[in-house]
Design a protein around this ligand. Sequence first.
Ligand SMILES: [Zn+2]
Length: 345
Amino acid sequence: MTQAIVNLLKKLSNAYGPPGYEEEVRQIIISEMEKIADEVYVDNLGNVIAEHKGSDPKIMIAAHMDEVALLITHIDKNGFLRFHTLGGIDPRVLYSQEVMIKTEEGNIYGYIGAKPPHLLKPEELKKAPSIEQLFIDIGASSKEEAEKQGISIGSTAVFSPRFKELGNNKVMGKAFDDRAGCTALIEIMKNIKDTSCTVYAVATVQEEVGLRGARTATWQIEPDIGIAIEGTTASDTPGTPEHLTSTKMGQGPAITIADRSVIAHPKILRKLIETAKEINIPFQFKRTVSGGTDAGVIHLTKRGIPSGVVSIPCRYIHSPLSLLNINDLENTIKLITAFIQKEEK
Ligand SMILES: [Zn+2]
């Protein structure tokens, strides 16, 4: 396990990045990319595009900066905040979580509350509270007090940052989907400095609300090949039958054959498999066809871009915390690095 990679993942995981508000993550990526890429720029939507200049083919690798988040839609007279979700969050994971709201006055912490369990009717106790029944308590006792702390309608919240190293190469933190991919993006750019082909490392915005940033980024770049790097569901946990286990932690990068958004181009798929075998790293296939990634819009750009997806298996994505195995992240970096180097003329 490389401590430098763990430290970079920690920094990215703890950064604040709701869809559309990826600034903190963007600044980390820009400062890392400026040390290694030939050119770094930000497009009108906020995607970071880092270019390694070279000859054809043009390869685009992409990871998204945003994380699932909450959007404050109402402040009541007693200072409680109501919200909607930005991106897919199972309402069952929200109750009694700590959240962080970034405001111009600083970071505010809050707790997601609901009607206390001892006041619930027996039938209500059987169900998790719905989003409409939940509220964020920031300790304010009036609307004015909440506003004085910098909260307004349109403020956003994320699950509180609390990255931890668990031992045995495992780490736990928020937003590994897709800060694990962002970590890989930076490390791959370091590794391919001497490659002859052109590589665009793109940190995209607003993936969680519909693969939006990748759309404008790909249109500008017009790559010959696209690879999305994702933090995907690992379901190697109690209660999931073997045939429904999408990926397993510790068994290497997960190569997608098909998901809801893309069918990996056979040429790219074959090359990813060949490369993994040649460099002798473990790999697995993503065995369910659920979910979508930036590759879903990359491959549909202009005349079509042959694309694929490589994912780092993460347990409990889109919840307050995820777990991943650093070996899987390191092998993902190795696989995509070798894939790019294989394209050299
Ligand atoms: Zn993702």
